[in-house]
Design a protein around this ligand. Sequence first.
Ligand code: CNA
Length: 251
Amino acid sequence: MELFYNEKIIKACELIKKSNYTVAFTGAGVSTESGIPDFRSPGGLWQRFRIVTYQEFIFDRQARHEFWRMKKELIQEMINAKPNNAHKALAELEKMGFLKHVITQNIDGLHQMAGNKSVIELHGNQKGFICLDCEKSYSINEVINMLKEDELDLRCEICGGIIKPTVVFFGEPMPEKELTMAQKIANECDLMLVIGTSLQVEPAASIPRIAYKSGAKLIFINKAETDWDWMAEIIFYDSAGKVLKDIVETI
Ligand code: CNA
């Protein structure tokens, strides 16, 4: 029988209180209420920009132009963004001792800004940039200045190599250390909060499946349906900020 919203909140709180090892797995939907668009929702990035793959970025100057044009448009709103109620609630759950780790596909750093101490970033962080030849690092401010000068094919000042964000592109392998750690946590946890993700980007999306297969219960909080909703013990088709705030207040 379908439960009412308040009943689901109470049931979610019971699961969290009973659990010995709760983790959160988050995607772009956890940050939309901070003003950062996700990929697939109406108005999301895929309606405005084409996704440039790793291979295109490396081999195609035109694709690099496209990528940096998108970055130039989005970088300021990304770095100005502040944690919303969803990030704050997850930080609060960690502080209260109910949440052990956040595994995130996001690159915006908002979980750490909200106060979560244990955050595993599967796709890197938007603040890092590196020369692909000599590996010189560039700060986000240096990159913003380069973009102001309209250089849409950013090159290393030392060796002239291509500068690339350290975030993981489509077609690029995920960082091994983070992936291994996330898989281990997924195997060991007994409750996973799956929040704001369409679960369409692999291999990151395999993390909740690992948790499910190893016997963990899953709570989904998503505005839209996913192909994996059947795995969830409880599902909220709702705003992550609202649901997580209600969970923290009820707990
Ligand atoms: P996605 O495929 O765009 O899915 C987002 C999901 O979140 C959808 O199911 C939405 O229904 C749901 N959603 C949107 N807003 C809310 C909300 N307020 N409350 C609850 N649910 C909501 O994004 P995924 O994270 O699944 O895809 C993974 C990609 C997105 C990763 O590679 C990320 O790096 C990438 N990404 C990250 C950011 C960021 O760092 N903030 C922004 C855009 C894309």
